[in-house]
Design a binder for this molecule. Structure first.
Ligand SMILES: [Ca+2]
Ligand SMILES: [Ca+2]
Length: 339
């Protein structure tokens, strides 16, 4: 073929590929780029079909949403938050669910399919390592705007081409230092959420990142249950909702009393699915270790007594009763993988 024919053929192939759209476009983006919003809080990123993001995993997914197949409206679910590093001051949630057809998606995963997918995304494909909070990872996937933020997800499609991949960059780098905020940085003097489209101040600046709020108290401890939402209040009278995860600490321990600190993922889930998306901000604490002063799970268990399930530094019938109650339970997506 002469050079003109080669050029013409190449252009034709590019044109055909573009028209057919058979290869999704993908680019590595910062969380900051991915989370851009307009004046109504609607996500504006659309430069590529898929994105590649990197950062630190902030939570263990099974302490946030129940992965067990068939549970809840969406069936088994899985979600991690990934925080950007250095000057990438943003973060992104990565979500997967079982029953996409309930929300306009292409179908549902069977229980077996869901378990297979959970096993896949809980482990590094190159080493088999089980991901945990504090790992540096790379995620490649599609994305979809939902109630105030752009999530990396499967766009509610069950076909394999919509899968996302999680890969390990560095294991056990540790959680980022939570950013210390006061409620007057995210609530105005009328106790209303501060929304700033530039994301340089207010709630948007902290979305999907780890924050710490000091010297607050819980005003409605009757909502202290797994997956419940409590309210904290500071000395100025400003309040903020704290969504509790489903970590076992919320049943094991009483709520911390008096003035406490809170370490949490700053989240947004707008009450409405239509704009504006300027509300629904909340702090999400996925587990509590019973320390009494800080609403968080420090992740450094004391005692070193095997069998001390409730970590009260003695092995006795209380531990045994819990052991018996949970006998033969398996954690979906972690147990039975690769068998
Ligand atoms: Ca937002
Ligand atoms: Ca014990």
């Amino acid at each position: 073929m002469n050079r003109n024919v080669v050029l013409a053929t190449t252009l034709l192939l590019i044109f055909v590929a573009a028209v057919r759209g058979d290869e999704p476009t993908v680019a590595e983006v910062t969380h900051w780029e991915l989370q851009a919003v307009d004046a109504d809080g609607v996500g504006t990123y659309s430069a590529t079909d898929k994105v590649i993001i990197t950062g630190i995993v902030l939570n263990n997914p099974e302490e946030m949403l129940n992965p067990t197949p068939g549970t809840g409206f969406m069936g088994g679910q899985w979600q991690i938050y990934i925080q950007g590093e250095a000057d990438d001051h943003a973060g992104t949630a990565v979500y997967m669910g079982q029953y996409y057809a309930k929300v306009g998606g292409s179908g549902n995963y069977t229980d077996e399919q869901l378990l297979s997918e959970l096993c896949r995304i809980n482990h590094d494909p190159n080493t088999g390592y089980t991901f945990a909070a504090g790992d540096r990872v790379k995620v490649t996937g599609w994305y979809k705007f939902y109630k105030g933020k752009i999530n990396v997800n499967e766009k509610h499609q069950v076909e394999p081409m919509f899968d996302f991949e999680v890969e390990l960059l560095d294991p056990a780098t540790g959680l980022p230092q939570p950013e210390l905020i006061t409620l007057d940085m995210v609530k105005d003097s009328n106790d209303q959420y501060i929304f700033d489209q530039t994301r340089l101040t207010g709630c948007e600046y902290y979305q999907a990142r780890l924050v710490r709020v000091n010297d607050v108290n819980i005003v409605d401890p009757n909502y202290w249950v797994p997956d419940g939402t409590i309210t904290i209040r500071d000395k100025s009278g400003r309040t903020f909702p704290v969504k509790l995860g489903i970590g076992d600490g919320f049943t094991r321990y009483a709520f911390p009393v008096g003035q406490i600190d809170v370490i949490a993922i700053f989240d947004q889930e707008n009450p409405s699915s239509s704009p504006p998306f300027k509300g629904g901000y909340r702090l999400w604490v996925t587990n509590y270790d019973g320390n009494g002063l800080v609403l968080t799970d420090r992740g450094h268990k004391r005692g070193n007594l095997p069998g001390d399930i409730n970590t009260d530094y003695q092995v006795d019938f209380i531990d045994f009763a819990e052991f018996a109650e949970n006998w033969l339970q398996q954690r979906a997506g972690l147990s039975g993988c690769g068998e």
